[in-house]
Design a protein around this ligand. Sequence first.
Ligand SMILES: O=c1[nH]c(=O)c2[nH]c(=O)[nH]c2[nH]1
Length: 290
Amino acid sequence: MSIVLGANQYGKAETRVVRVDRDADGHRVTDLNVSVALSGDMTDTHLTGANDKVLPTDTQKNTVYAFARDGVGEIEDFALRLARHFVDSQPTIGRARVRVERYPWARLELAGRPAHHSFSRSGEGTRTATVTYDGQRAWVVSGITDLTVLNSTGSEFWGYVRDPFTTLRETRDRVLATAVDASWRHEAADDVDWGKSYATARRALLEAFGETHSRSLQQTLYAMGERVLTNCPEVVEVRLRLPNKHHFLVDLAPFGLDNPNEVFHAADRPYGLIEGTVLRDDAPPADPAW
Ligand SMILES: O=c1[nH]c(=O)c2[nH]c(=O)[nH]c2[nH]1
């Protein structure tokens, strides 16, 4: 028996970089959280402490800032530029994975007009991109997190398994709420209009959530993934994580009041976590994309 080093990667996680584009007719704010993970032949590094193959994570952070100086553009393109740079410029780095989260800022409206340089953090969800590059190929996964949505009707949950521990009451009309965490894998890494693709996928998720009469969050999950694949031919696989943000009907009987599906306790924990993948049956292998 001998002990060997297994899979490993290293990098600077969560570099926060904010870029302001000072256009004359209105500033633009790009607020990012960038995480870099590099891998290569790091056996010596771990076994002997030799650092001659290590590009310091501090340098990686500086690279993120320096690249932002040239403009960010679509976050998929920014991640591709960074990933290609690390692998192509460092012989000891065989693979880079760069994840970018873009926090949403919405322009304020002041005196009935779009503000020139004032913004508020909006609830439209955090756009994400994860790029993996191995020196030959790049894989791009785009996504959205923290997209909180709610249907105040059109949701049922009944007919489930019962055992001695089951207390849940069946419902034909409940509130359905979730914070969507969705990622979708693109077939190609080049010649994609990332902004348009993101807008289409986001709209597909919202429309499917709102338009599906739901018998479970699992059914809604599938409908959301299916809608993204139908509306975005450039996407081959969608992964969804949907926390069930339970809204429990409050018992108002102790106060002599009825509660005709109007007053709820929004519980934050525990929550059901519904996860699933929806993909084209001809999707090429994911390889190291995720
Ligand atoms: O949509 C739902 N799916 C479940 O699996 C589940 N389980 C549960 O208690 N409530 C719900 N709701």
